[in-house]
Design a binder for this molecule. Sequence first.
Ligand code: SF4
Ligand code: SF4
Length: 403
Amino acid sequence: MSITKERELAPPGVSPVTGKADPLAPIGLRSRYEPNKRRFDKLGPLEKIYLFWIVGASCDGCTIALTGATNPGVEDLMAGNVPGLPKVEVIHTVVSVESGPEWVHNLFMADRGELDAPFVIVWEGSVMDETISGDGYWMGLGEDPETGRQITSLEWLTRLAPKAAATFAIGTCAAWGGIPAADGNVTGAMGVMDYLGKDYRSAFGLPVINVPGCSPIGDNFVETAAAVLLFLQGLAPLPEFDELGRPAWLFDETVHRHCPRAGYYEEGVFAEEYGDKECLVELGCWGPVVQCNIAERGIVNGMGGCMQMGGICIGCTMPGFPDKFSPFYATSPGHLLSSTTSRITGSFIRRLRRLTVADKNTSTRWDEDVPSGWARFRGAPRGAMKVAHRFYHAWQRRGQSYN
Ligand code: SF4
Ligand code: SF4
């Protein structure tokens, strides 16, 4: 029997040669025939879920950022190694085995409701307005096999988003429009939320979930996705999102509050040039007004991050980015008031703290003399310093009795 004939007779997604899952068939077909070896890890009712990663006006930075995720790693989600979470079948133009029409076939299956498990959409990049693309198109993704008509990525978003269990916008371009939507934008670029509208709800009743950042922190995305999957599993409540659809526990604080340089800001000490260790606000840092968690989380596995590496915050997670933070590397209008105030109060506080540090660096035994070869020219505190330390001790122990 010819291979062609055998292929016709073989069940869809099954290799006519091996009788096992055909590695080049659309994953929506072949995964039906893959035995679930880790069944014992499954706590919830879903054994798997499909994830369609669709790209608009993007630099692929979000895809790269995702590979840096560690808690959990993408590979663990794909392998079904995370207890309680379904195995995630990723359908991504870069990592999928199949390509071309075989890849696009997965989208048709999802649209026709032929997949054997629910699916979610992750959209990377801005959504460009195809109504102003003229005779061409901005973002093409496959053809209709019967008519040869070009299908755009936007058409897939329109068709699939209402059927998806959840729609994620990863990165600032997908969430708010980002760089492609900056002043001078001729493509009508916008975020997924802008395009789908405020009445949009997924098949499971969720508005668009936004994980911004340019590029975003990979762990921010997988943590959010994992939390939503637990909700879809019925194992956890819906995690808390803010009014813009951001995971609230990741974006409710300003980056400034957790910045390793925040102590310098508070004492009114500022960097004069890149490479200095102090607060960068006078070089143009917007950290005090930007909601971002990179100061705590780092960029990959707890390492790196903007201010940690000497860079200023340019507000890349915010809906106003980039226009409302331009020009970059110039001081913000608000810095004059806040940093001048810090400078005035900080100069006073710094002196008081130096006084206290000197006291705390002296044991009570050394109040008369410090027996250190390193400090042989420094005697015990005298004069005004001695009076200040005595006053400090008295104040510290007021109301206490040791009798
Ligand atoms: S470098 Fe930026 S975020 Fe850090 S303390 Fe200074 S102003 Fe705040
Ligand atoms: S610190 Fe600022 S520039 Fe850096 S990732 Fe956060 S929002 Fe973006």
